[in-house]
Write a protein that binds this ligand. Structure first.
Ligand SMILES: Cc1ncc(COP(=O)(O)O)c(C=O)c1O
Length: 428
């Protein structure tokens, strides 16, 4: 079954199943949350219980697809509503730039860069399009990518290939050997290579690619590197400067737990003049004159923003970042990894299960992917949905597998629940 058809049938199947007995809980303010969370140690189960209570996910529903879409805590939804209400009371077409820059400061903090290098975009796909379309690439120029990229990377690159004749070269990620990925990548580099485009963590097997080593190799060879970080910030600490990448993007609505339709793009300061802004308008410019045929772009990554915004979404994203910072990104990473690791270690013991996530622990993240010898991936996903467990089918790279994501609202009971159902399937 094609992925689109499969997702349609999932939508039908899940709609009724999602909302019974979801109890409305009162939200607590971000200040209150910060105060409460700081009174517990993260090794205390109350710490994670307090976090779990901040989400509207029904107690009897096991949500294991943050890699697809995150749930936002009540406080984020509240912030969006509050800001939307203000806008409806006193409609103001121009967003408050002072508040906007504060959001960017928080995003820059998460990325490890300057706020001037951040553009607020609608999703990771938009971030990718801005760079892939804006880079000065000519016919015959080559781009290296993995066979495990998301459609959000593949489609803009293919579009550029069709339009301008750039050439795409792929390598299969080596899931066993960290250095193997560098070797595979290096073999594809020629005199015409200009850009390396890879997922920082792949959407397929949740594999973390060796970001620092890839960036170093690219710099040694004089190439640009784009790390697609849709699956990263909010799951683990990030430092784009330390990696040495040229471009980085993420979704606000996955691991960052922000409102839907938010994203962040990083363009290294030195590259701001390199990427031609293609979709532009009010806010992109620092002055223009039609009479004099003059146009000057903003000196910062604001040049990639344009037109009327929905600022409530981005103020909500800021609150989501505050929420994660109150927990501590290191603690989030430790928690998510511990759950994924507990799942992985049991999963590899189950007969009929083939685990596709990396064998080398350094590669593993909060997403684990598997398939089964006795039952197809779509049947596994549907069966789990019947048991009120939401995972994600993986058809990219022809894997025909199932991906399981663990985030702050998950706990050991979720791990036990999905393992027990997979064991049932393995015996069927
Ligand atoms: C690696 C990767 N890149 C990009 C995207 C697209 O993200 P968005 O929907 O925010 O554009 C995804 C979504 O799952 C992804 O996994």
């Amino acid at each position: 079954m094609r992925r689109k058809e499969f997702l349609k049938s999932m939508a039908f199947l899940t709609f009724g199943a999602l909302f019974p007995n979801s109890k409305k809980l009162d939200y607590i303010s971000i200040e209150n949350f910060k105060e409460k969370i700081s009174s517990f140690n993260s090794s205390d189960p109350k710490f994670w219980k307090l976090i779990r209570d901040q989400f509207p996910i029904p107690k009897d529903f096991t949500y294991l697809n943050t890699g697809g879409l995150g749930s936002s805590p009540f406080v984020v939804a509240h912030k969006v509503k509050e800001e939307t209400d203000i806008l409806d009371k006193y409609p103001t077409p121009n967003h408050d730039l002072e508040k906007w820059w504060k959001v960017k400061e928080k995003c820059a903090d998460i990325f490890g860069c300057d706020k001037e290098e951040i553009a607020l975009v609608s999703c990771a796909t938009e971030g990718i399009n801005i760079v892939v379309n804006g880079l000065p690439l000519k016919k015959g120029d080559e781009v290296i990518l993995t066979t495990h990229e998301h459609a959000a990377g593949n489609i803009p690159l293919l579009n550029r290939a069709k339009r301008d004749g750039i050439v795409l070269k792929t390598f299969e990620p080596d899931a066993k050997n960290w250095v193997g990925n560098l070797e595979r990548l290096e073999k594809l580099i020629t005199k015409r290579t200009r850009l390396i485009f890879v997922s920082h963590i792949t959407c397929t097997t949740g594999q973390r690619l060796p970001e620092r080593e890839i960036c170093k190799l690219a710099k040694d060879k004089g190439l640009w590197v784009f790390l697609d970080g849709a699956q990263v910030p909010g799951m683990m600490p990030v430092d784009v400067r330390e990696y040495g990448c040229d471009f980085y993007t993420t979704s606000g609505h996955k691991w960052l737990l922000g409102p839907k339709r938010t994203g962040i793009l990083y363009v290294k300061k030195e590259n701001l003049e390199l990427v031609q802004p293609l979709t532009v308008g009010g806010y992109s410019d620092a002055g223009y004159s039609v009479e004099k045929n003059e146009l000057k772009f903003q000196p910062s990554a604001q040049r990639f923003e344009y037109g009327t915004q929905n600022p409530a979404l981005f103020f909500g994203l800021e609150t989501a970042i505050d929420f994660l910072n109150a927990i501590g990104i290191d603690k989030v990473w430790e928690h998510d990894r511990a759950l994924a690791e507990a799942f992985y270690q049991e999963l590899i013991k189950i007969a009929n299960v083939e685990v596709l996530s990396p064998e080398e622990e350094n590669f593993r993240t909060a997403m684990i992917t598997f398939r089964m010898k006795n039952i197809t991936y779509d049947k596994i996903v549907s069966y789990l949905m019947e048991k009120r467990i939401r995972v994600r089918p993986v058809t990219e790279g022809n894997l025909m597998a199932v991906r399981v994501s663990f985030h702050v609202y998950n706990n050991e009971m979720d791990v036990a629940k999905i393992l027990s159902e997979i064991k049932n399937l393995a015996q069927s």
